[in-house]
Design a protein around this ligand. Structure first.
Ligand SMILES: [Zn+2]
Length: 213
């Protein structure tokens, strides 16, 4: 079991590095977690650590009841809703929370991007919008857990904040975050293309596209 936990810590660090390097999160924001199989526990990033710089020492083992199981390490303040999701949905084994710019822009506007391309429709299926509540509050934990009580939901926007994605493992939760940001970005770009219609007509010529003015 110790070996498994060491492996999960490494995975948590690797996925967090990828999220930071991909530009899904800035500074010390966001926090990812992974369920520890066979125990009512999860590993989560400690508070104040940067996802891009974190090491295994920046992970902390917590009980699903909220108890901190390692001395000297404090979990991210968002730990409440991570644990609420694990308690609400036994099929979730990994959670990614990031602030990717395009998805967060929709969250700031209080709107959900349309599932604009086939990958979004096929993989994400639905995007929930969780209403605003203070970071780390019991109210936010309730709202997030309520949304993810739907076993088919994989992604949500937190209003004025960022994204939450879940999966049967941490890597899949990360891919869901990546697809959500991609969907949000393409939806904005498609809206720009639509808006450009007023000053340029896009004319398809065979397999080329030309702009006629
Ligand atoms: Zn956040």
């Amino acid at each position: 079991m110790q070996h498994d936990i060491a492996e999960l810590r490494r995975e948590l660090v690797e996925i967090s590095h990828r999220a930071y390097e991909r530009g899904l999160v800035a500074g010390i924001s966001g926090n990812n977690s992974v369920r520890v199989p066979g125990r009512d526990a999860a590993l989560i990033k400690v508070t104040g650590a940067c996802q891009g710089d974190m090491t295994e020492d920046d992970t902390v083992l917590v009980g699903l009841d909220g108890s901190v199981l390692e001395d000297g390490r404090a979990p991210s303040k968002e730990v409440r809703w991570h644990l609420a999701i694990y308690r609400a949905n036994p099929a979730v084994n990994g959670i990614v929370h990031v602030h990717p710019p395009h998805a967060t822009a929709w969250a700031v506007a209080g709107r959900v991007p349309p599932l604009i391309h086939t990958a979004a429709r096929g993989i994400l299926k639905r995007i929930a919008l969780v209403d605003l509540a203070p970071s780390g509050s019991e109210r936010l934990a309730e709202l997030v857990a309520e949304a993810f009580a739907d076993p088919d939901l994989t992604v949500a926007l937190l209003r004025e904040h960022g994204t939450v994605s879940v999966g049967p493992d941490l890597r899949t939760a990360y891919y869901h975050a990546d697809y959500l940001e991609d969907t949000a970005k393409v939806a904005l770009l498609a809206a720009q293309v639509e808006a450009a219609d007023g000053y340029a007509d896009f004319v398809s010529v065979g397999d080329r596209v030309e702009v006629a003015r």
